[in-house]
Design a protein around this ligand. Structure first.
Ligand code: HPA
Length: 272
């Protein structure tokens, strides 16, 4: 990664903000509405930020929204950068590094994912307890910036245990039934074959998607505490006798919008 570019992005964003954000939010497909709940928002389109890539997939907006959510200073990415769009891993994870340098200590990453676990149903929310990097590459390949983190980062605590406990409590308070499991990150852009889904189940996966893993690796590298939430937008290929479509993914995430919004707001509100 280019440290000079990173610092220029950070300076630009800092110049627009009055307060330091402490919580970062990455909002996945169909989940960007959460940013509309942010009060006194400062909206910064990605294309105006020096060195920021631009988001291309439909259902994603492509802007940073900073401000107050449930009394906490947050900065949200409304739309993220995916490896399948052709971005380098450095670009995919650039905003996470920016967030850390802006002051973010905790990161809430969200995504839409296919359910591999047959006990899941479309519309379920799943807390991510761990992941499997099935992307065949790693965002930390290349020279290491010791200033940011170690050469060989520990990944056994990539998803913060305390945040997980906190989120489970919030779900209880709201009487929300939630799932918990292992997220598999594939590159996409294809959805899986039925055989691949069986393989991923055998390997211990509960949900599969095309994002999140690179961002979480970089967050772990920089010592950011992560909470991950997958919205199970569909059952992964081969489980139900029907083809998958991006439309279905968007529609289901829109249906669980209310649960998702109240869940995340409760989590943010009651964070220590
Ligand atoms: N597979 C991969 N990525 C996804 C899926 C899926 O079934 N649903 C939403 N994102």
């Amino acid at each position: 990664m280019n440290k000079k570019e990173l610092k220029e992005s950070v300076q630009f964003i800092e110049s627009k903000l009055e307060e330091k954000p402490v919580i970062g939010l990455i909002l996945g497909s169909g989940l960007g509405v959460l940013a509309e709940e942010i009060e006194n928002p400062v909206v910064i389109p990605y294309k105006t930020v020096p060195h920021f890539p631009e988001s291309t997939v439909s259902g994603h907006k492509g802007q940073l929204v900073a401000g107050e959510l449930e009394g906490k200073q947050v900065i949200a990415m409304q739309g993220r950068f995916h490896f399948y769009e052709g971005y380098h891993m450095d670009q995919v994870t650039f905003p996470v590094r920016v967030m850390k340098l802006l002051g973010v200590e905790k990161l809430l990453v969200t995504n839409a994912a296919g359910g591999i676990n047959e006990n899941f149903e479309p519309g379920n929310l799943m807390l991510i307890e761990d992941h499997i990097n099935n992307m065949g590459t790693n965002p930390l390949i290349g020279p290491n910036e010791e200033e940011f983190g170690p050469r060989f980062p520990d990944m056994s605590r990539a998803y913060d245990k305390d945040l997980l406990v906190h989120a489970r409590k919030c779900a209880e308070q709201l009487d929300l039934s939630i799932q918990q499991g292992v997220y598999v990150g594939n590159t996409g852009p294809v959805y899986e074959t039925g055989a691949e889904v069986k393989m991923l189940r055998t390997l211990g996966g509960d949900a599969v998607g095309m994002s999140t893993v690179p961002e979480v690796i970089v967050a772990a590298h920089m010592g950011i505490k992560v909470l991950g939430i997958s919205c199970i937008s569909n059952m992964a290929a081969g489980i139900l006798d029907q083809p998958l479509s991006h439309q279905e993914v968007i529609e289901t995430t829109e249906q669980v919008r209310q649960d998702f919004l109240s869940f995340v707001k409760q989590i943010v509100k009651t964070l220590p």
